[in-house]
Structure formats: structure tokens, C-alpha cells
Design a protein around this ligand. Structure first.
Ligand code: CDP
Ligand code: CDP
Length: 224
């Protein structure tokens, strides 16, 4: 048996997906793929080009002419958009609060899923997002759905902002996260949803290490 697994990690914003996915990927020497970064890169380029994010044809036309690469970097993943490093540009509040509108379009999702499946074709991947267990990697050997209360998730983003010296308003963050969760969960195509066979982990009162340990245990059980 090929024991280089595919590991799918889904869940709402700031549940801890990318933090734990990165650590698990390092531990197993797998490739980490942040699918949210792909939607963010597309959204950033669409905003820069003045496109209407609510227009599927405009956003899709941009995507079809866009190269997105995810590379491992010393302090996290590097995102190259048409060869340019946009790792920081795609994390601004403007992109964060617009990305769900670009991600709603069926044609955009179909193309993103095609690219993501290509990246995961050889196994040995930890992929995080919203629809990985349900659509991108329905046959993943390990599927995890991370949750945490909206208060805890807003607090996590707030602490990150304070640490970086960015202005931050906890109440506003809570509203923005709740709105993004709502759009992501209510869209018609591939909404944010736990796959039937995913293991749910509520991380509200767990440390990063505790979450990593639980996922590593699931993975090692499958590797045998
Ligand atoms: O890091 P955070 O959880 O805040 O968001 P992200 O993973 O970077 O994803 C940003 C947005 O991209 C999400 O809110 C979704 O609208 C969209 N997304 C998606 O639709 N499907 C995915 N597989 C990943 C992200
Ligand atoms: O990728 P996602 O949006 O789901 O979350 P993230 O970008 O990994 O952010 C989660 C934040 O919560 C990071 O600042 C982590 O240090 C922190 N955190 C966590 O990820 N998991 C815990 N169990 C506790 C805190």
C-alpha cells in the first residue's frame, strides 16, 4: 500500500487549520497546501484589476489567465501570483473580507478544484480549506473538521493583529468572521461542511500541540 496519505483539514476561519496543517505536514514530511491562499491570490488580483467580484465571468476570466504557486518558505508558505510574491498582500483585511464573494462562483471553484487535485495527485499532502474532505479530496485517508467558537476565533485573530502591531477591533473581527462563515456555509456549490467521514475536533479550549497530536495519531493509525 502507498502509505503517503492525503490529509484533508477543513473548518471555518481561524479554527487553526493552517497552523496545525503546517506542523503536521512538517512532521510527516508531506507537502502543505493552503487552498485559501489560492482563493485569496485570485481575489487580490481581481481587486487590483478593478474587477467586479460578484461577476463570475470577470473573476473566471482572470483566474484562467493566472498562475498561482505555493512554495514552502522559512516563515510559512510563500504565495507567488504570476511569479510575484504576494504572501503579505493576500492577508489584508480588504482581501479577507472580499474573498468569499469570489469563492462563491461555480466555475471558479471548478477550476480551483482541478488545480488543487493536480497538486495532490501523488499523495503525501496536507491540504486545508473549506471543501477538501467533501469535494477536492473525497478519498483522503484522513479527514478532519476543526471547529472553535466564534468568540475564540475572533480572539485568535485579534491577538495575531496585536502581536504584529496592526490596529484591531475584537467586535468587528467577530462580525467579519461570522459573516464570512455564513457566506461560506450557505453557498450552493461546495459549502463549508463537515464531510460525513471527517473527525470533528473542537479546538476552542485545546492548544495547538493537542490538536496536532490528535491529527498525527489519526495519520499514524492509517499509515500503520
Ligand atoms: O485563513 P482563513 O481561515 O481566514 O481563510 P482562508 O483559509 O485563507 O480562506 C479564505 C476564503 O477562501 C474562505 O473564507 C472561503 O471563502 C475561501 N475558500 C474556499 O471557498 N474554499 C477553500 N477550499 C478554501 C478557501
Ligand atoms: O487557518 P485558519 O484560519 O483556520 O487558522 P490559523 O490561521 O491557523 O489561525 C489560528 C490562530 O489561532 C493562530 O494564531 C494560532 O496560533 C491560534 N491557535 C490555533 O491555531 N489552534 C489552537 N488550538 C489555539 C490557538
Amino acid at each position: 500500500m502507498n502509505n503517503r496519505l492525503s490529509i484533508a483539514i477543513d473548518g471555518p476561519a481561524a479554527a487553526g487549520k493552517s497552523t496545525v496543517a503546517k506542523i503536521v505536514a512538517e512532521g510527516l514530511e508531506y507537502v502543505y497546501i493552503d487552498t485559501g491562499a489560492m482563493y485569496r491570490a485570485l481575489t487580490y488580483k481581481s481587486i487590483m484589476k478593478g474587477a467586479d467580484l460578484h461577476s463570475e465571468s470577470e473573476v473566471l476570466e482572470i483566474l484562467n489567465d493566472t498562475n498561482i504557486q505555493l512554495l514552502p518558505g522559512k516563515s510559512g508558505q510563500i504565495v507567488l501570483l504570476d511569479g510575484q510574491d504576494v504572501s503579505a498582500d493576500i492577508r489584508t483585511a480588504q482581501v479577507t473580507n472580499s474573498v468569499s464573494y469570489a469563492a462563491v462562483h461555480p466555475g471558479v471553484r471548478m477550476e480551483m478544484v482541478r488545480r488543487q487535485q493536480q497538486l495532490a495527485a501523488n499523495g503525501g499532502v496536507v491540504m486545508d480549506g473549506r471543501d477538501i474532505g467533501t469535494h477536492v479530496l473525497p478519498n483522503a485517508e484522513v479527514k478532519v473538521f476543526l471547529l472553535a467558537s466564534v468568540e475564540e476565533r475572533a480572539q485568535r485573530r485579534h491577538s495575531e493583529n496585536i502581536e504584529k502591531g496592526y490596529p484591531s477591533n475584537l467586535e468587528k473581527l467577530k462580525e467579519e468572521i461570522a459573516l464570512r462563515d455564513k457566506i461560506d456555509s450557505e453557498r450552493e456549490i461546495a459549502p463549508l461542511k463537515k464531510a460525513q467521514d471527517a473527525v470533528e475536533i473542537d479546538t476552542t479550549s485545546l492548544s495547538i500541540q493537542q490538536v496536532v497530536d490528535r491529527i498525527m495519531k489519526l495519520a499514524l493509525e492509517r499509515i500503520g
